[in-house]
Design a protein around this ligand. Structure first.
Ligand SMILES: [Zn+2]
Length: 348
């Protein structure tokens, strides 16, 4: 060990320290030179081996270098720690590749219910129907009383209804708009009402608290059930883009007489009742799905709206859009629609 080798070690350590740009490498440098087994420390350990009178001088020199390197290390450490994060502008080779592909933006799209609602509205518009939107909160008169359900009428119990503290109703059906339309439009009239309806009931794969309904109204002279069946089948054939089989069974709704229910052949099993030799879970094996309630508008409902039932007759239907969309796409659980699950939404 002599003065020259010590100086060279000092220069090398200083040069390397100068070039360091990150904290990990800086700590590594400290271990290499100033650590317990570092090169400077090793020099100090060798001091007792120097027997001639140069030992004190070399000792001072090494100590001086050690202290200087330690200070330089501390300065570097504080510089690196306070340095702002590197940005693109600080890169020495600052150039911009105009041809590089950009980051893809996810644009999103309409909810499947909204898409199908617009699709259905489009079909009905082409058939000459005017589209109306239902109020989501309405009064007792429009949701019940004007539809042949005076207070205490037992048919009110068909629906589990949400009431507000002010005595208003979260509509149970879009028929809540019937009286408004019938009393303001002159027959002949064709109207389709769309809106969200609410049921105060437990949810499962087939039932939701919120559902989308599409209702139709047609009033003119000489209208019969045959017109209702013809119009409804024409819509279904167009909606499902196939020749849909329909079945009709009697039913009861206080605002129609007679009341019927439309069933269509199950679109999942194509009316066979079985899928892959198992019972079809969508139609329960019957091959038929209940789709809509309908009937001839009750004379009392027409009269309440100022239309003479002796001169005019009409039909009305109401169906759940959710059920229709489930059948179109083979969706097995109605709760998917309001789940907000993007894995579901992105399939449409
Ligand atoms: Zn089926």
């Amino acid at each position: 060990m002599n003065k020259q080798t010590i100086n060279e070690l000092n220069k090398r350590a200083s040069r390397e320290l100068e070039k360091l740009l990150d904290l990990d490498k800086l700590r590594e440098w400290k271990r290499q030179y100033l650590g317990k087994k570092g090169l400077i420390t090793q020099l100090i350990k060798q001091l007792p081996g120097i027997t001639d009178n140069k030992r004190p001088e070399i000792g001072r020199q090494i100590n001086q270098i050690k202290n200087d390197l330690k200070k330089a290390y501390d300065r570097k450490m504080s510089n690196l720690q306070n340095q702002p994060p590197k940005t693109h502008r600080q890169e020495p080779n600052n150039w911009f590749d105009l041809t590089a592909p950009g980051e893809k933006t996810n644009l999103g799209h309409l909810h499947p219910i909204t898409q199908m609602r617009q699709y259905a509205e489009d079909i009905f518009t082409r058939m000459g129907f005017e589209i109306f939107e239902a109020r989501e909160v309405d009064d007792d008169y429009h949701n019940f009383e004007s539809l042949n359900m005076p207070p205490q009428h037992p048919a009110r119990d068909i629906w589990d209804t949400f009431w507000t503290n002010q005595g208003l109703v979260l509509i149970t059906h879009t028929s809540s708009m019937q009286n408004r339309i019938l009393s303001t439009k002159e027959p002949p009239l064709r109207a389709v009402i769309v809106g969200r309806c609410f049921r105060n009931e437990a949810t499962d794969a087939r039932h939701e608290h919120t559902l989308h309904q599409i209702e139709g109204l047609l009033v003119d002279r000489g209208i019969t059930l045959r017109h209702l069946i013809g119009v409804f089948k024409a819509f279904l054939d167009e909606f499902y883009q196939r020749d849909v089989s329909i079945k009709i069974q009697p039913s009861y709704f206080p605002f129609v007489e007679p009341g019927i229910e439309f069933l269509i052949d199950c679109t999942i099993c194509r009316g066979k009742g079985t899928m892959n030799k198992k019972q079809c879970s969508t139609c329960g094996g019957s091959g038929w799905i209940e789709l809509a309630g309908a009937g001839m508008i009750h004379p009392k409902v027409l009269k309440e709206a100022g239309i003479d039932p002796q001169k005019y007759s009409g039909f009305a239907w109401g169906f759940g859009l959710d059920r229709l969309v489930m059948m179109k796409y083979g969706i097995e659980d109605i709760r998917h629609f309001h789940s907000g699950d993007l894995r579901f939404i992105r399939q449409f």
